[in-house]
Design a protein around this ligand. Structure first.
Ligand code: SF4
Ligand code: MG
Length: 333
């Protein structure tokens, strides 16, 4: 296992009290594979990724329990210096908003080149050549000229390509992409996602793809972990989830994907909002929004039940949920 997160707990101090932002998360990524982590904002998916990358704001955030194993070593037991040495060349992150992730006062060539001068000890001229090559590789036309331009002179899609180039420059073994296409137009989204998936395959990197959009992961991910209120509520190989979700929340996410063949159909939307992390409902945290909820759901927190080998659902009624998926959408037995 390239990345192995075990029983991770992260707390935040907020005005409303202690928020359990991440509450016992387990997930893993194999070499060269992609795990999509899905959930609404506030589900803990970004916070988990920030902990893996070592960029969690602490305070207010604090890891209270768990392990983050990367290439076999638990990052949480290493000194800051050792951690940097492991993470530095080993993992890189792609953020949603390239404009704030890139330095506005340095040309993109200088920023890309810095990766090679600082981390690879190259001379500036050689680093510049590599920067141009990278820009070409991520599909930026006229790289030879545009290498002198500043981030604000690029379109959103091109900036996102530059950030991908930065992240991949040192050929890390793990990429964490946090909503990498969310800020882009729909058509550009698809192109950027395709590029990312293509480079990931080429370089054989593992990837954690964080998204709230189940529509983008089908062609890219091997596995999916669905998060809700700081926990993983369903985890499975991607095709199992599309065929038949075993958790009502996943089912809701799936049914909210717009489909071309169902134009005009009122989109199923999950009612209500995710809970305040400082006031997560007792029992199953999803119960106030769940169409299948009954008494036991309000009192007993479901464990992650094993549905099949390698597949889990934190729903007391996962069997029923699976069976529902075999009925035509919207109808109940
Ligand atoms: Fe819904 Fe109950 Fe399953 Fe939670 S445990 S998802 S409330 S049916
Ligand atoms: Mg986020």
């Amino acid at each position: 296992m390239l990345l192995d997160v075990r029983d991770l707990h992260i707390e935040f101090r907020t005005r409303d009290g202690v928020a359990r932002a991440v509450n016992g998360v387990d997930y893993g990524v194999e070499e060269g594979r992609t795990l999509a982590v899905l959930g609404e904002s506030g589900s803990g998916k970004s916070v988990t990724a920030q902990a893996v990358m070592g960029i969690l704001d602490s305070p207010p955030g604090r890891i209270t329990r768990g392990e983050i194993r990367f290439q076999g070593r638990d990052l949480l037991t290493l000194s800051e210096k050792e951690r940097r040495a492991v993470r530095g060349p080993g993992m890189a992150m792609i953020f949603q908003d390239a404009l704030s992730a890139l330095n506005p006062v340095l040309s993109v060539g200088e920023q890309l080149g810095e990766m090679f001068t600082v981390h690879r000890g190259m001379r500036r001229k050689e680093a510049r050549t590599r920067a141009v090559e990278l820009m070409e590789r991520v599909g930026i036309p006229g790289a030879e000229e545009r290498v002198r331009q500043y981030p604000h002179q690029f379109s959103g899609g091109m900036r996102q390509r530059i950030m991908i180039a930065m992240a991949l420059s040192l050929e890390p073994s793990l990429i964490i992409a946090d909503e990498p296409t969310t800020a882009l137009d729909v058509t550009v989204q698809a192109q950027v996602m395709e590029l990312l998936a293509e480079l990931q395959r080429e370089l054989g990197m593992g990837m954690v793809l964080i998204t709230h959009d189940l529509g983008v992961v089908a062609d890219v991910a091997d596995r999916i972990a669905v998060m809700y209120a700081g926990r993983i509520v369903e985890t499975a190989p991607v095709h199992d989830i599309y065929r038949a979700p075993a958790h009502p929340y996943t089912r809701g996410l799936l049914e909210s994907i717009p489909r071309l063949d169902q134009k005009g159909r009122e989109l199923y939307a999950i009612k209500g909002l995710p809970p305040n992390p400082a006031a997560v409902p007792p029992g199953c945290a999803f119960h106030p929004r769940c169409p299948l909820a009954r008494a036991v759901c309000r009192t007993d927190e479901p464990p992650l039940y094993e549905v099949t080998a390698g597949r889990g659902s934190a729903c007391h009624f996962w069997r029923e949920t699976l069976a529902l998926a075999r009925e035509p959408s919207g109808e109940r037995p």
